[in-house]
Design a protein around this ligand. Structure first.
Ligand SMILES: Cc1cc2nc3c(=O)[nH]c(=O)nc-3n(C[C@H](O)[C@H](O)[C@H](O)COP(=O)(O)O)c2cc1C
Length: 373
């Protein structure tokens, strides 16, 4: 692929090389807010030359009844409030997952709550679902929809106890259903107390069966809105098997694997620094293999029948290919965006196409789960 196909001027290619050191001097959340403001503003349009998001050289990808221009998406958490989705599509992402939103607007945990681990190409965050509330975000996206597949990721409001979680999720579900191409139920953030307990088979079945029932009621004779569940990388094999069972019983559209980890293994960053940072979810390079292993397990336990969105430590086309070969149909990233910059989706799509050519793969489908053959 030549650079001419890219959506950004070649002369801009090194801009992030210049911008990143400046952004990295700022507190991480300030840098993130600046990036979001930039994407929200009209200035972004002046830099992004044309508004056609990148097509994957090997054709459209079909997953759970939706068509994706390319397999690389923005992971939840990056655009929690749906203010930048349109420009993220213009940067070459095939889909954007907005959220996590909660029914009740909430401020999240006290700052600082986002930390860089540059030696590890990683982040630790304990954001705690800071967001404007599902209703406001949905209204915003109704006015300004991104020109790509739009996922909506919903979570539990912090003020609502787990016993009332189902009702709280359903209120968000009803709202996001109006605009979402697919919906993700997030039960795997480590930063909302007790949220991960909802991943246990019984609790998960109770929650997802209500949402899927609601989905059927609201869809009447039309097809259901694809409903997915996002899981943690810290689940045991038995727990993964149980989640796959629930997903298959309830005919979910797929699984998003994975969220951040509470583990702190194999880090180059000093122990003192890690202790200073404290609690939160670790993302980026140290999560990569763990999340790929989870994808492999989901693929195996589902006999390859459950679509998987693979996420965790993707920086390059090679990283994305590892996830696809393990069983993912689509991939997403957050931390890779922070470290690689605004051209990351375009670069990954280009390099992924190169890998496909080298391996003689003709479609994305042909590559999904090839590690298992
Ligand atoms: C600062 C930050 C905030 C996040 N917020 C959310 C969130 O609100 N909902 C969610 O499902 N995942 C959230 N995530 C997790 C990411 O969507 C993703 O699953 C995880 O970071 C692994 O991917 P990565 O290594 O490409 O970052 C967040 C991650 C980061 C770094």
């Amino acid at each position: 692929m030549t650079k001419k196909r890219f959506t950004i001027h070649d002369s801009r290619l090194t801009i992030y090389d210049l911008v990143r050191p400046i952004l990295f001097k700022m507190p991480p959340e300030t840098a993130h807010e600046l990036a979001i403001r930039f994407l929200e503003s009209g200035y972004a349009d002046k830099i992004i030359q044309n508004q056609n998001f990148t097509s994957f050289e090997f054709g459209e990808i079909e997953a759970f009844g939706l068509k994706f221009k390319n397999p690389v998406g923005v992971a939840a958490g990056f655009d929690k409030n749906g203010v930048a989705a349109k420009r993220l599509a213009a940067l070459g992402f095939g889909f954007v997952e907005v959220g996590t939103t909660t029914f009740h607007p909430q401020p999240g945990n006290p700052k600082p709550r986002l930390f860089r681990l540059p030696q590890d190409k990683a982040l630790i965050n304990r954001a705690g679902f800071n967001n404007d509330g599902t209703r406001v975000v949905v209204e915003r996206l109704k006015r300004d929809r991104p020109p790509c597949v739009l996922g909506m990721n919903i979570g539990k409001s912090k003020i609502v106890p787990n016993e009332e979680a189902v009702e709280d999720y359903q209120k968000s579900f009803d709202l996001v259903r109006e605009i979402a191409d697919y919906i993700v139920v997030n039960v795997s953030s480590p930063n909302t107390p007790h949220l991960r307990e909802l991943q246990k088979a019984d609790a998960l079945f109770d929650l997802l069966s209500v949402l899927q029932k609601r989905n059927r009621e609201l869809s009447a004779n039309k097809s259901l809105t694809p409903l997915l569940v996002k899981i943690a990388p810290d689940l045991s094999e038995a727990e993964i098997e149980a989640v796959v069972g629930v997903a298959q019983d309830l005919k979910l559209a797929g699984i998003v694997a994975t969220n951040t980890t509470v583990g702190r293994e194999n880090l180059k960053t000093s122990k003192t620094e890690i202790e200073r940072i404290g609690a939160g979810g670790l993302s980026g390079a140290p999560l990569k293999n763990r999340s790929t292993e989870i994808i492999e397990k989901i693929f195996r336990h589902s006999g390859g029948k459950l679509p998987i969105i693979g996420v965790g430590g993707i920086f390059t086309g090679g990283d994305a290919f590892e996830k696809i070969a393990a069983g993912a149909t689509l991939v997403q990233l957050y931390t890779g965006f922070v470290y690689q910059g605004f051209t990351v989706a375009r670069d990954i799509n280009a390099s992924l196409a190169e890998i496909f050519r080298q391996r003689g793969l003709k479609t994305l489908e042909a590559a999904v789960g090839i590690n298992h053959e």
